[in-house]
Design a protein around this ligand. Structure first.
Ligand code: ADP
Ligand code: CDP
Length: 237
């Protein structure tokens, strides 16, 4: 597998082409951003930690029958994935109230959400990733009705697998964001799953162990990610 040109530099990852037109290399950088890229900082080891964390989670999801783009780890900070035609719609499931939901609805942080909620956001930093719905996604051609149904079903399947995985490590999976894309006509889970794109709290103390530590300037960001990884069995080497 030969690495070719950089095709895209995102806020946290860079995407490279390969000699196979259907495969990409994702390079996890140390860069960390919040508030739609308005706040940025490089955090030492973050690229390595998130790359290995993501590989571990993608393997678990694949083993549970959830189709993903993930192929294999290539190095500490790189992995090989199937090249997807990305759907610009972010799927968010929440098990407990936090973040945007608390700000929007004024509900108390930490209340249990039964059943868990499902929200859609347009992936567009300039517009601040606005909340959308199935009707808007279909009308503006961001996703078809069939794609939206499949994405929703897969996002809840991920919840079943990961809620249990984190619970076994004495953590609460508060909420998370997933991105999907199309490969050979099939919807696959794309992008990454790491503490950058979810909220995780210690089950007993409810201490935050995810990117909220960066957003809220709490410090110990990567140490918390590593602790999450250790509790679920990720080998950081
Ligand atoms: P952002 O674009 O939000 O700044 P990143 O820094 O994580 O995010 O950049 C990674 C980019 O690669 C994202 O735009 C994501 O949608 C895209 N991406 C992730 N997985 C794939 C894939 N398998 N095929 C094509 N694009 C992908
Ligand atoms: O992060 P914020 O409070 O602005 O938004 P949210 O809607 O409460 O986010 C819900 C979950 O999705 C959190 O775990 C976020 O980390 C994640 N998310 C993300 O990873 N990327 C986005 N662009 C938006 C949300």
């Amino acid at each position: 597998m030969e690495k070719r040109d950089e095709l895209y530099a995102g806020k946290a990852k860079s995407v490279y082409g390969t000699d196979d037109p259907n495969r990409l290399i994702l390079h996890f950088r140390d860069d960390t951003s919040a508030f739609d890229g308005k706040r940025k900082e490089a955090l030492e080891r973050k690229g390595m930690v998130n790359n290995k964390f993501n590989a571990f989670i993608m393997d678990k999801l694949q083993a549970a029958g959830i189709p993903t783009h993930f192929e294999k780890l290539l190095s500490d900070t790189e992995c090989l994935v199937k090249k997807l035609d990305m759907i610009p719609v972010e799927c968010v499931v929440r098990n407990l109230a936090a973040g945007g939901l608390v700000r929007r609805l004024g509900v108390e942080e930490g209340i249990e959400l039964v059943p868990p909620t499902f929200e859609l956001f347009l992936k567009n930093d300039e517009k601040g990733d606005p909340m959308i719905n199935e009707s808007l996604a279909q009308t503006f051609g961001w996703a078809t009705s069939d794609q939206l149904s499949r994405m929703k079903a897969l996002t809840f399947q991920v919840n079943d697998v990961l809620k249990q995985l984190f619970q076994d490590g004495d953590m609460l999976l508060v909420d998370y964001k997933l991105e999907f894309g199309v490969f050979d006509g099939e919807i696959l889970l794309g992008d990454e799953f790491s503490p950058d794109g979810c909220r995780l709290w210690d089950a007993k103390t409810r201490e935050k162990m995810d990117k909220d530590r960066f957003r809220q300037g709490l410090g110990g960001v990567i140490e918390a990610y590593e602790e999450v990884g250790r509790r679920i069995g990720v080998n950081f080497g």
